[in-house]
Design a protein around this ligand. Sequence first.
Ligand SMILES: C[S@@+](CC[C@H](N)C(=O)[O-])C[C@H]1O[C@@H](n2cnc3c(N)ncnc32)[C@H](O)[C@@H]1O
Length: 264
Amino acid sequence: MRIDVVTIFPDYLAALDLSLVGKARRAGLLDLRVHDLRDWTDDRHRTVDDTPFGGGAGMVMRPDVWGRALDDLLPADGPARLVVPSPSGEVFTQRRAEALATEEHLVVACGRYEGIDARVVEHYRDRGVAVDELSLGDYVLNGGEVAALVMVEAVGRLLPGVVGNPHSLVEESHGEAGLLEYPVYTKPPVWQGREVPDVLLSGHHARIERWRRDEALRRTARRRPDMIAALGEDALDRRDREVLAEATGDADASVGEASHDADA
Ligand SMILES: C[S@@+](CC[C@H](N)C(=O)[O-])C[C@H]1O[C@@H](n2cnc3c(N)ncnc32)[C@H](O)[C@@H]1O
């Protein structure tokens, strides 16, 4: 997969040389290229922004500079997808990461200041480019670089060969089961007087699996009732329903409906 990131702070993306993503780059699994938007400016000051039409605080990123950069990076007939981090975009989730991981080529346009002139997204959509405006969450960052880091890491680790044991991706939070992950433990078996749950030392795989599922259900019910409410009718067996009923104090625990605790 190829990912181009365009930013006025290329050094911000240096962290992507580290850890699994850095390894994936060196192994040729991920072709990540970071570009300085100012390379597409045409004035002595390498200006990328200007004052907003209509007045108001802050500066807006110029469409002509972005247009030159994106024309160079988005091939006219290629499969590239444009990703624009924005606090007013749709929320970036694991499902989004999975979808983006199936793409051949992503171009990530990092905004700064008050953001990028709105005509840029319109123009590329009209030109037939698939554009995703994506938000990390309901808060405002100073720029799109942190979002680009998050997205490249979340997408990159899903590419075949990047995470050593692909099974570890299956049971994770926000995975196929639609639950948060169960709690995990390692050595020593007793720390600060706290013991690892006996079942995990039993070597009994079926029991361990059931215990982990129960814990994942309890944790999800407690912390993210919205995720329980979003589970499909077939997602839970009888034991799952018992665990949820106990966890929520709801004798009638059902899926597909908001839990009574959702607003608690
Ligand atoms: C200061 S923000 C602009 C905020 C914009 N004026 C607004 O109120 O929606 C500058 C840039 O940071 C990035 N950004 C800020 N918050 C973000 C978020 N929650 N998710 C993704 N990107 C974000 C975007 O690239 C945005 O263009």
